[in-house]
Design a protein around this ligand. Structure first.
Ligand code: EPU
Length: 311
């Protein structure tokens, strides 16, 4: 329960999470749009989960019991400092849209972030999962991050070297709140940066089903030699269906909710079927890239255990 003062200063409502995720599934939760930094301690004392753009998230049909928190405009500032020694420092709040950060950097002729063109995320979400493409990751240009670690109340800055980041992971514990980051960027030609961003977005649009509801790539690539999409394609699973969920015929690592009629249970069943086939036929363990909230734990189980459970 939040205090009346908290509710007056921030926006609190009960909503189906299907409307806040790009997969368009998920049951209800209490949503808090946090605007006031001084209310962080009250929030951190409640059971909560952090939501970014909802672009990499599968929420179960029953929703979640915890408060779901989105950072409001008060956490979305983007500030560019004057260049010094060939580098420009950029500060971005975690609530800012990654596309807005990229647009400002590109206009100012600051190179690097344009490599993430087309990645749908807030700055905080992109930091949290070290979002990226096949060539670069969010944390490639970050010099430090401002976080609240689980169990703590006071924000602290961590240097990039303190983050044990890897492919699709910032290396910090689940439940870490990202408040923002500082990037250290070299100069580039604004027109060339814009051309790169346009090329990357076109390549994505040509190879991914961007017009349909999805959570992007469902699985991490098990290895650079065998990307998950290629493997699922080779298993003949393009077009495979469970209720309203299907494997995209465009890119096999995307599960699409094409008619927006799928339940989270349909998606869970399809994921399990894919993981079982990959294990039985190729002995490959496919692990989820998407984050799951209140979904069956079998999604994270070793597929050998699924073989036994589904025998
Ligand atoms: N492929 C197939 N069939 C398919 C899909 C892909 O044979 O249905 C083959 C492609 O032809 C290519 C290889 O698999 O030879 C890799 O495919 P792609 O170039 O599309 O890259 P990816 O590894 O599947 C990664 C990221 C994407 C990111 C793209 C482009 C992961 C899990 N995915 O995809 O990120 O957009 O590179 O940079 O790392 C996301 O994270 O949600 C996401 C979409």
């Amino acid at each position: 329960m939040f205090t009346a003062g908290f509710i007056a200063r921030n926006r609190v409502s009960r909503l189906p999470l299907s409307g806040l995720t790009t997969m368009r599934v998920g049951g209800p939760a209490q949503l808090v749009l946090l605007d006031c930094r001084s209310d962080l301690p009250e929030l951190l004392n409640q059971r909560h989960r952090w939501l970014g753009k909802g672009a990499n998230l599968l929420v179960g049909d029953a929703g979640v019991d915890e408060a779901v928190v989105r950072l409001g405009p008060g956490f979305a500032a983007i500030e560019l400092e004057e260049p010094a020694g060939g580098t420009t420092r950029v500060r971005a709040g975690a609530g800012a849209d990654l596309a807005e950060l990229m647009a400002q950097c590109q206009r100012a002729g600051l190179a690097g972030p344009e490599g993430l063109a087309g990645v749908p995320a807030t700055v905080g979400g992109a930091l949290r999962m070290n979002a990226g493409t096949s060539t670069c990751w969010m944390l490639d240009w970050v010099s430090r991050v401002e976080v609240v670690l689980p169990g703590e109340e006071a924000p602290r800055w961590l240097e990039r070297a303190e983050l044990p980041a890897s492919y699709r992971s910032c290396g910090l514990p689940p439940g870490t709140l990202f408040l923002g980051c500082e990037l250290a960027l070299a100069s580039g030609d604004p027109e060339a940066l814009r051309a790169t961003a346009t090329r990357l977005k076109r390549a994505k649009a040509a190879s991914q089903p961007l017009a349909l509801a999805s959570a992007g790539c469902v699985f991490k690539n098990p290895s650079p030699e065998m990307p998950a999409g290629k493997l699922i394609d080779q298993l003949g699973l393009k077009g495979e269906r469970c209720g309203g969920a299907s494997v995209s015929p465009v890119h096999a690592n995307f599960i699409v909710n094409a008619e927006r009629s799928a339940s989270a249970s349909d998606i869970v069943a399809l994921i399990t079927r894919i993981r079982l086939r990959a294990w039985r036929e190729r002995q490959v363990r496919l692990d989820l890239e998407v984050e799951t909230w209140n979904c069956p734990s079998e999604l994270h189980a070793h597929p050998q255990d699924l073989v036994e459970a589904h025998a």
